[in-house]
Design a binder for this molecule. Structure first.
Ligand SMILES: Nc1ncnc2c1ncn2[C@@H]1O[C@H](COP(=O)(O)OP(=O)(O)OP(=O)(O)O)[C@@H](O)[C@H]1O
Ligand SMILES: [Mg+2]
Length: 228
């Protein structure tokens, strides 16, 4: 379970007299149970990516509390935080963030290099993940040789290969046409339902948000509505 209480985050730009501060998140309170599907919505600059980066333990927060399964994230050492991120969280981003010069297999195996998994086992896990997303036959290709939809499937395979309990997606369909978008959302929803993976999706598209049971709207760094 994810629990956020009175969380604040601001960005400081510059030093001394010329410095300025942007309040990106203000007093955010959010409780997300295991297996929920949540769309995060709001205008550009509202704070959606900031929130997602904090949820993904990629960025720090200034005050308030944020726990995953009861563990306060700001109290974790860098090593423990990295371990938690690797074990519990899978990321899917708009630009897929794949390594083009590497094979599909290597891209999917990437998060496993930080575990004590042997190569053969890593490869097997990558194969299984690619089978689940329907592109096992592409395993030997380089990712630049794939279509946009296939690339996003590779990114999803990479996100699920560690069997995370949470998938965080920032505009996962932003670079895809509408038909491919719905295929990708069907796939993410299938993992949400069959594996009880919590799915949190930042999107500006109604059709994508409508897949999620819960919709949280952020405006100027604050939660405006939350249909729990
Ligand atoms: N690294 C940064 N340094 C300084 N300010 C930042 C940084 N990242 C974000 N901000 C500011 O924080 C606020 C929230 O940004 P954020 O990226 O979270 O918005 P967003 O809701 O994801 O917008 P978009 O829909 O355009 O992606 C904005 O005012 C932005 O300019
Ligand atoms: Mg953003």
């Amino acid at each position: 379970m994810i629990e956020i209480k009175d969380l604040c985050k601001s960005y400081k730009i510059g030093k001394g007299k010329n410095s300025s501060e942007t309040k990106a998140l203000e007093n955010i309170c959010l409780k997300i149970e295991d297996g929920e599907s949540v769309a995060i919505r709001g205008k550009s600059g509202a704070g959606k990516s900031t929130l997602l980066n904090i949820l993904g333990i990629l960025d720090s927060y200034d005050s308030g509390s944020f726990t995953i399964d009861g563990e306060e994230i700001k109290n974790l050492s860098d090593k423990k935080a990295a371990k938690m991120r690797n074990k519990k969280i899978g990321f899917v981003l708009q630009d897929f963030s794949l390594i083009d010069s590497k094979s599909v297999a290597m891209n999917v195996m990437l998060p496993l290099f930080f575990s004590d998994c042997e190569y053969k086992e890593m490869y097997k896990k990558a194969e299984n993940a690619l089978e689940l997303v329907g592109i096992k036959d592409q395993i030997k290709k380089k990712t630049y040789q794939l279509s946009g939809g296939q690339r996003q499937r590779v990114a999803i395979a990479r996100a699920i290969v560690t069997e995370p309990s949470i998938i965080l997606a920032d505009e996962p369909t932003g670079s895809l046409d509408s038909e491919t978008s719905s295929q990708i959302m069907d796939l993410l929803m299938e993992f949400n339902k069959t594996k009880n993976i919590t799915l949190i999706v930042v999107t500006h598209e109604d059709s994508v948000a409508d897949y999620c049971k819960r919709k949280v709207v952020i405006s100027d760094g604050k939660i405006k509505t939350d249909n729990t």
